[in-house]
Ligand binder design. Structure first.
Ligand SMILES: Nc1ncnc2c1ncn2[C@@H]1O[C@H](COP(=O)(O)OP(=O)(O)OP(=O)(O)O)[C@@H](O)[C@H]1O
Ligand SMILES: CC(=O)C(=O)O
Ligand SMILES: [K+]
Ligand SMILES: [Mg+2]
Length: 568
């Protein structure tokens, strides 16, 4: 049985009702598996359970993208088969790749563990290394059926330390005197000496300034300037990591004059961006964005450089200027990262939580995906279990219904990358379910964002479909979308059920991987929704991902309608 509400403005206006179940020849009923709706046991062992990994690896994967096939991430497929619709994780997970995770097997372990996006940070590593990581992720997708997207994060032109002459880290102890220098020194560096990348550094700092490394993880007082050398006394001891960010404070506030003169996108960043476009990365994240102009400029550059490629631009909110111009920056970008590491060095730490909440909510209003990043599980760089406070922080980001959470050092250079990812996964699942079951989500009045009448129709359809899905307690929302726009409008509503997003382009499919609640599928479809639905049902039933009787609501951007039906 199907009922359809049509809001038709397009020429395709055929409403349809299924009076009898349609059984296409390929859908052999005995193949459809039952979903035992067993509770999700959110424990750290979930991910590492041999049965789950075995299930993922057993899934037959064919890399053919012919017109009859459907492609979905093998991890999601295994999750659906194991626990049913409600089990799928809505919050997406990003892992920064570094020396601890750049091997093919290590990348595969992260993919099995639920990594949706692999991030490479252009502050670290060589061009060859980044190219190798991108190739490995692509190979993993092609050979094993994952849909891991790649995000490139630019270095930006802020002031940072050098690479410690090859050392992994250096420990600064309380009271020690260290030299920060703009001299070009050969490695190995003299003891307690740090290179600084910005030539004006020694001129700009003043005796009495406070120098913050890595957003305040380690602090120094500037005690003496000798030409290019700046002598500093350590006041807050800690670990110095290669190329860590440096900021300096005077009379209790950040010294920003000089930073304001540096371009957001440096000449090295432009070369990295060219590299990213050539390698076909899915997202480019821009560090230290100050205004919407730089994002608009980059977007037109990307469009001119690559008419047929689809690179999304993520603006990182990590400076005072970006907070001042927040709304314009969000509107100009394809997504936002709350980069709490550097943000916490520019505003007082106690203001970071309210800034995070404001950014997450505004992104949802403006329909842009938002990532919460940095120090989510910092202690897991060294230890196999998180602190309770870290779990509470992750829970809060999930409760705010951010689109994605990101691991930095935990996955790049930590000792327990898989365990850290597993914690993000199990905490996300548990908190999502808790809030769904208790219906505790504060409802958010979503303002109209459409810029045309056609867009308004799409928006109204998605808002209504999501509301109906909650009220009717449907199993899944289906959206057929060429650009991904209708899928993101559904995601914006944060409905109770998962959203199966069918799209024709592999690039759109990977891009949708960043958005809350979307399960992106690649599927060739036509303008004929009836045949699209029947074919999808047949393909998904054959894969054991849905079964007869499941209740589904379908929308599409070809035929502007809402259809409610049971899977035949
Ligand atoms: N490709 C890499 N090679 C070596 N070390 C890396 C690499 N990527 C990350 N790391 C290590 O992991 C740490 C955390 O990574 P992350 O990407 O969050 O960087 P970050 O330096 O803190 O700066 P950003 O503000 O750009 O995120 C880094 O400080 C660095 O020590
Ligand atoms: C991720 C990042 O750049 C930061 O937290 O500063
Ligand atoms: K960066
Ligand atoms: Mg940063």
């Amino acid at each position: 049985m199907s009922q359809s509400l049509n809001f038709t403005t397009s020429p395709i206006s055929k409403p349809f009702f299924h009076s009898k179940p349609y059984l296409p020849p390929s859908a052999t009923p005995h193949l459809s598996l039952r979903f035992p709706k067993k509770p999700i046991t959110a424990s750290l062992s979930d991910l590492n359970s041999p049965s789950f990994s075995a299930l993922v690896s057993q899934l037959s994967w064919s890399s053919s993208s012919d017109s009859t096939s459907i492609e979905v991430d093998s991890v999601t497929e295994a999750e659906l088969k194991e626990n049913g619709f409600r089990s799928t994780r809505r919050t997406k997970l990003i892992c920064t790749i570094g020396p601890a995770t750049c091997g093919f097997e290590q990348l595969e372990a992260l993919a099995v563990g639920g990594m949706n996006v692999a991030r490479i940070n252009m502050c670290h590593g060589t061009r060859e290394w980044h190219k190798m990581v991108i190739e490995r992720v692509r190979r993993l997708n092609e050979d094993k059926g994952y849909a891991v997207a790649v995000m490139m994060d630019t270095e930006g032109s802020e002031i940072h330390m050098g690479d410690l002459g090859g050392a992994q880290s250096a420990k600064a102890e309380d009271g020690e005197i260290w030299t920060f220098t703009v001299r070009a020194l050969d490695s190995p560096l003299p003891e307690r000496t740090i290179n600084v990348n910005y030539d004006g550094f020694a001129e700009d700092v003043k005796v009495g300034d406070e120098l913050l490394v890595d957003g305040g993880m380690v602090r120094f007082d500037v005690i003496e300037k000798i030409g290019p050398d700046v002598k500093c006394r350590c006041t807050d001891p800690g670990l110095l990591l290669p190329r860590a960010n440096l900021t300096f404070w005077r009379d209790g506030s950040l010294v920003r004059e000089r930073n304001a003169m540096l371009p957001t996108i440096s000449s090295k960043d432009w070369l990295d961006i060219d590299f990213g476009i050539a390698e076909g990365v899915d997202f480019i994240a821009i560090s230290f964005v100050k205004s919407a102009e730089v994002i608009n400029h980059l977007k037109s550059y990307i469009e001119a450089r690559s008419r047929d490629c689809d690179v999304s631009v993520i603006a990182k909110i990590e400076s005072i200027d970006s907070l001042k111009n927040l709304k314009e920056i969000i509107q100009a970008s394809d997504g936002i990262m709350v980069a709490r590491g550097d943000l916490g060095a520019q505003i007082p730490l106690e203001q970071v939580p309210s800034a995070q909440q404001e950014i997450v909510q505004l992104c949802r209003q403006l329909n842009k995906p938002v990532i919460v990043a940095s120090q989510l599980l910092e202690s897991m760089i060294e230890y196999p279990t998180p602190t309770r406070a870290e779990v509470a922080d992750v829970s809060e980001a999930v409760r705010q219904r951010a689109d994605a959470l990101m691991l930095s050092g935990e996955s790049a250079m930590g000792q327990f990358p898989d365990k850290a990812l597993s914690v993000l996964r199990s905490v996300s699942l548990r908190i999502e379910r808790w809030w769904r079951d208790e219906k505790r989500h504060e409802s958010m009045e979503l303002q109209d964002i459409a810029s045309s009448f056609q867009d308004s129709i799409s928006e109204e359809i998605c808002n209504s479909a999501a509301k109906m899905a909650n009220n009717l307690e449907v199993d899944a929302l289906f959206v057929y979308t060429k650009t991904g726009h209708m899928a993101s409008l559904l995601s914006r509503c944060r409905p109770d059920c998962p959203i199966f997003a069918f799209t024709t382009a592999p690039t759109v499919r990977r891009r949708l991987n960043l958005q809350w609640g979307l399960i992106p599928f690649r599927l060739n479809f036509s303008d004929d929704m009836e045949s699209n639905l029947n074919r999808t049902f047949a393909l998904l039933k054959a894969r054991g991902m849905i079964k007869s009787g499941d209740l589904v609501i379908a929308v599409s951007d070809m035929l502007q309608s809402i259809q409610v039906m049971n899977v035949p």
